[in-house]
Design a protein around this ligand. Structure first.
Ligand code: GLN
Length: 303
């Protein structure tokens, strides 16, 4: 497979597509991003790297981080994670409150905000220095010491994150948040503010494609655990557009409102795209189109 040529083709073809969507408006700091940024990076299972466009520029990974927090929680709590968070698609928006009431504070899955807040609570309970330890975990799995939180983005979200505050308080009223609401929100806003390039993001997701082994060869999850998390990304990674992503792209993946997407083909490759224009569901429109072109051109999809 000549990935270099394929990425060039995808990049050129995707750039001709009409510009659909706008940068995220809910976090003021993110609304300043140039909407026309576009990068793709693909890392093969043998560790070869292919990048194009703005693939070496850092961006806010936002909800893509939810796949990494649940991986860390799963690594030490194993199946206990699912006592407090479900494994079903929600069919609602990422920041929706409606299901929580009638499902008594058990979020549908770890990728909607409610689920990610419960996972954040688990990490706050189990890590000695939650924000530092999580950052160390990220630097370890990506084999990159320069990855950091963007404090301007974290603070910007803190100032405007009323909906997440509502979700966290609501969860607490059901007893599904064990720590202070403020501490959990602070952790969550920091995890969302992580900045990575497409290359760093592809590297940090490498273990999902490599049976639980990171790009530097460290085992962080069992093969069967990674299988489960990939299944969750496949069914829930794009909120109420997970079916559409599965239909068009056919890979497990996770999106974020910074415009990033990380996706993978188990035992073959990991790919990250970045284009800040979001569609109505809060997913990167151009990123999804680029990934659709990738699996169409290569025929490499899980289906
Ligand atoms: N930090 C964002 C929020 O909680 C993340 C949402 C997303 O990327 N979908 O609203």
């Amino acid at each position: 497979m000549n990935y270099e040529t394929i990425l060039q083709e995808i990049y050129q073809e995707a750039k001709q597509l009409p510009s659909i969507g706008n940068v995220a408006k809910t976090i003021p700091e993110l609304s300043k991003i140039n909407p026309n940024k576009f990068g793709i990076h693909l890392t093969t299972i043998s560790g070869e790297d292919f990048g194009i466009g703005d693939s070496n520029e850092k961006f806010s990974i936002q909800s893509v981080s939810k796949a990494l927090t649940v991986a860390l929680a799963f690594s030490f709590l194993d199946e206990k994670v699912w006592e407090r968070v479900g494994v079903e698609p929600s069919g609602s928006a990422f920041n929706s409150l409606v299901q929580l009431e009638y499902e008594k504070g058990i979020p549908r899955n770890p990728f909607i905000n409610a689920g990610a807040l419960v996972i954040a609570d688990m990490l706050v309970t189990n890590l000695e220095n939650p924000k530092n330890d999580f950052l160390k975990f990220i630097r370890k799995i990506s084999n990159c010491d320069t990855i950091n939180y963007n404090l301007n983005v974290a603070n910007s979200e803190k100032e405007t994150g009323f909906r997440n505050a509502a979700l966290c308080n609501f969860l607490k009223s059901f007893g599904n948040i064990k720590n202070d609401v403020e501490t959990v929100l602070d952790f969550y806003f920091h995890q969302c503010s992580l900045e990575m390039t497409c290359k760093e993001l592809a590297h940090s997701f490498f273990f999902f494609a490599n049976e639980g082994n990171t790009i530097s060869g460290e085992k962080i999850l069992l093969k069967s655990q990674v299988k489960r998390l990939n299944a969750l990304m496949q069914t829930c990674g794009f909120y109420d557009e997970s079916g559409e992503f599965t239909y068009k792209v056919g890979l497990p993946g996770k999106s974020g409102i910074g415009g990033g997407i990380a996706a993978l083909f188990p035992k073959n490759f990991v790919v990250a795209t970045w284009s800040p224009r979001l569609n109505e569901k809060g997913n990167s429109e151009l990123g999804m189109s680029a990934l659709e072109l990738l699996t169409t051109k290569t025929g490499m999809s899980v289906f």
